[in-house]
Design a binder for this molecule. Structure first.
Ligand code: UD1
Length: 307
C-alpha cells in the first residue's frame, strides 16, 4: 500500500516510516524539517520525500493512488504553544484542515491523526478512558482536541475513515532533549550520558504511562492498515496501560549508566503537574489489535544502545 506520513522526518514519524517500509509499503514523507531531520529517514527506494509544509502542499505534489495518510506534522511543544499560540494554531490546527482538504482532493480513504493525552487536561479518574471529559490546559492540547473534532465533522461527508491516536508519554531514540518541555526520559538520557545531575520536580513518586516509540509506530501502522468503514471515526488511547514512577525510571537508568554518580536535585513540583497518569488501552486493543511489546526498561535499554 502507499501511505503519506506528514512529519515523517520527526521523532515518531520516522519510526512509523521504518515500520511501514518493514511491512513492504511505500511511503511519501512530507516534512518541512523545522524540527524533523533528513538523517532520521533511512535510505530506501520506497520513500519519496517532499520537503514542504503540509499547508503548502497541492494535490499535484502526490503520486496516486494513496491508501491513507498519517498526520504527525505539528509544533509538538506545549511551551511553544503558549509562547507563540498563533504559529502553533497554524501548524497544529490549520494544518489539520489542509490535510482534510487533501483527503478530499486525492480521495484518500483513511486518516490517522497524532493526537495527545494533553486533550484530557488534569484528569483525576484513572485509568484514563477515551470517554473521560476533555479539558485541555494548554493551547497545544486544545489544538489537538479541535483537530480531532474537525476530522470527526468532516469524515462522514468525505467518506473518510478517521482514527485519532491519543498518545501518552512516548519515548525512544531521536526524541529531542533540548527543551524544558522535552520528555523526561530524553532529558535524563542526555544528562546521564554527559554525567550531569538530574532534576526531579516533586518527590519522584509521580507516575506516567511511558510508551516506547516502536510500539507507537505499530499502533499507527495498524490504524492505517486495519479496514474501517468509510465515514467512521475512532478515538484510541496509545500507551501501555501501566504507570511507572520517576523514581523507577531513575533506577532503570542507573542500571544502564552504572558509572553515573551525579546528584539528583529534588525541587518543587511543576505548576499544573499531575501526580498520576496512565491510559486504558482496551479500545486500541479491541479495535486495532494493539498490544504494546516493550517494557519501559527494555525501551530505555534500546534508547541507551542507540546513543
Ligand atoms: C506531558 C507533556 C507536557 C504537557 C503534559 C500535559 C511531554 C514531554 N510533556 O507532560 O508538555 O503539559 O503532558 O498533557 O509530552 N520531570 C522531572 N524532571 C525533568 C523533566 C520532567 O522531574 O527534568 C517530571 C515532570 O515534572 C513530570 C514528569 O517528569 O512530573 C513527566 O514529565 P514530562 O515528560 O514532561 O511529561 P508530562 O508531565 O506527562
Amino acid at each position: 500500500m502507499h501511505f503519506i506520513v506528514t512529519g515523517g522526518a520527526g521523532f515518531i514519524g520516522s519510526h512509523l516510516v521504518e515500520q511501514l517500509l518493514l511491512e513492504d509499503h511505500s511511503v511519501t514523507v512530507v516534512d518541512n524539517l523545522t524540527t524533523g531531520k533528513h538523517q532520521n529517514l533511512p535510505d530506501h527506494p520506497n520513500i519519496n520525500f517532499i520537503q514542504k509544509d503540509i499547508i503548502a502542499c497541492q494535490p499535484e505534489d502526490f503520486i496516486q493512488p494513496i491508501d491513507g495518510i498519517a498526520h504527525l506534522a505539528a509544533t509538538p511543544s506545549v511551551g511553544e504553544s503558549w509562547s507563540n499560540p498563533l504559529e502553533a494554531h497554524h501548524n497544529n490546527l490549520s494544518a489539520m484542515i489542509a490535510v482534510l482538504l487533501l483527503c478530499e482532493a486525492l480521495k484518500i480513504p483513511k486518516l490517522v491523526f497524532a493526537s495527545s493525552a494533553a486533550v484530557y487536561g488534569n484528569t483525576s479518574q484513572l485509568p484514563v478512558l477515551e470517554e473521560h471529559p476533555t479539558l485541555p490546559i494548554s493551547p497545544y492540547g486544545l489544538q489537538k482536541l479541535v483537530s480531532e473534532q474537525y476530522a470527526n465533522l468532516f469524515a462522514p461527508q468525505l467518506r473518510l475513515a478517521f482514527v485519532a491516536l491519543r498518545m501518552f508519554n512516548v519515548f525512544g531514540p531521536r526524541q529531542r532533549p533540548d527543551s524544558p518541555y522535552s520528555g523526561v526520559i530524553s532529558i535524563f538520557t542526555n544528562a546521564m550520558q554527559q554525567g550531569l545531575p538530574i532534576t526531579i520536580y516533586g518527590d519522584g513518586t509521580q507516575t506516567r504511562d511511558f510508551v516506547y516509540v516502536k510500539d507507537v509506530a505499530v499502533a499507527f501502522t495498524k490504524a492505517l492498515t486495519t479496514p474501517l468503514p468509510a465515514g467512521s471515526c475512532l478515538t484510541c488511547n496509545v500507551g501501555t496501560g501501566k504507570g511507572t514512577s520517576l523514581l523507577q525510571v531513575v533506577n532503570i537508568f542507573k542500571t544502564y549508566f552504572p558509572q553515573w554518580n551525579s546528584k539528583i536535585n529534588f525541587t518543587a513540583a511543576r505548576l499544573g503537574d499531575i501526580q498520576h497518569s496512565y491510559a486504558d488501552i482496551s479500545k486500541a486493543s479491541s479495535s486495532l489489535d494493539f498490544a504494546p511489546q516493550w517494557l519501559v526498561a527494555s525501551g530505555i535499554g534500546r534508547l541507551v544502545e542507540s546513543l
